[in-house]
Design a protein around this ligand. Structure first.
Ligand code: ADP
Ligand code: MG
Length: 289
């Protein structure tokens, strides 16, 4: 097969691993920087890569980071228009990237998420907003944050008002969310490939930190998911049109809640902590499909 990995960073761990495994399995592989792709739209649609008219591949594996969502999703759609298969669709990428859109899609399909509130732009009745998610402590998030940056735990009213005022002033879009204290700085990352959970890890925040992101100093350990968690992860990936996805779950007193869906989940942490060859699982899924 001819496989393109859409990635801006040919030396990143995930890109390198996917490249190696696809090569090892006898495929022709190229790393294509989606930000250097130009799109010709007309009777015959093509993609040009630094002046070269790209040959139509059999499959693409997008690794599109959050700073390239807009352009990357258009490149993806162009491949889809050319009838190329992809493990992440343009629609799936867009649905998962924005926390508001993702939660709407999930809740609409009966997937439980933490209680979340999206205030009207410039809403200034902070007490009212705080009450909507059950009061202090609460979580405030930027809609398109990643790696734990842009997620705040607010433990008193004045602090909450100050930060919300600041966001209003700078025209920043945010959401308020109930704080799931019982998860105690941990969450579960389920790695879904082709409708199956191929690996799962528990992520544990470092001392004094509530965010379990590995980028924020969290560590991981392999975990066995309950059947409810597995079901939830698989259903979420399906609803968001993703054949490859990292589904983050908070273990709450009222059962598992989906916190976030990652359409470009990193391989480094999960391969390291679970010893599972995720790149191989992705390439083998493509082969079987
Ligand atoms: P990001 O996209 O930046 O990773 P997340 O929404 O995944 O943002 O939040 C980052 C981390 O913060 C989560 O992995 C989790 O550990 C913690 N966290 C986020 N929201 C909540 C919440 N409502 N209750 C408890 N912990 C939370
Ligand atoms: Mg996250």
């Amino acid at each position: 097969m001819l496989i393109y990995i859409l990635s801006r960073h040919s030396d990143s761990y995930s890109t390198k691993r996917l490249f190696e495994v696809a090569k090892l399995n006898g495929h022709q592989v190229r790393i294509i920087d989606h930000m250097k792709c130009e799109l010709k739209i007309g009777f015959q649609s093509h993609i040009f890569y630094q002046g070269e008219k790209l040959k139509k591949p059999d499959y693409i594996i997008p690794r599109i980071g959050s700073s390239a969502t807009f352009y990357g999703s258009n490149v993806l759609r162009q491949f889809e228009m050319m009838k190329v298969k992809t493990v992440v669709s343009a629609e799936g990428l867009l649905k998962s990237r924005d926390k508001l859109r993702a939660s709407q899609n999930m809740v609409f399909n009966n997937i439980e998420v933490p209680k979340t509130y999206f205030p009207a732009p410039y809403q200034e009745n902070f007490q009212y907003m705080i009450n909507q998610v059950g009061g202090i402590p609460l979580i405030v998030k930027l809609l398109e944050g990643t790696q734990g940056l842009g997620v705040y735990l607010l433990e008193n009213k004045n602090e909450a008002k100050k930060i919300l005022e600041k966001f209003n002033l700078s025209n920043t879009h945010y959401l308020l969310q109930e704080y799931i204290a019982e998860s105690k700085g941990t969450d579960v990352r389920a790695f879904v490939v082709g409708g199956k959970v191929v690996a799962a890890m528990k992520r544990i925040a470092s001392e004094g930190e509530f965010r379990s992101n590995i980028h924020r100093g969290g560590r991981g350990e392999q975990v066995e998911l309950t059947s409810a968690e597995k079901f939830l992860a698989i259903k979420t990936a399906r609803i968001l049109n993703l054949d490859v996805a990292g589904i983050d779950i908070l273990q709450s007193n009222r059962g598992p809640l989906v916190l976030e869906v990652n359409s470009s989940p990193g391989l480094e942490g999960i391969e390291k902590y679970t010893d599972i060859d995720i790149a191989k699982a992705i390439v083998e899924y493509i082969e079987s499909n």
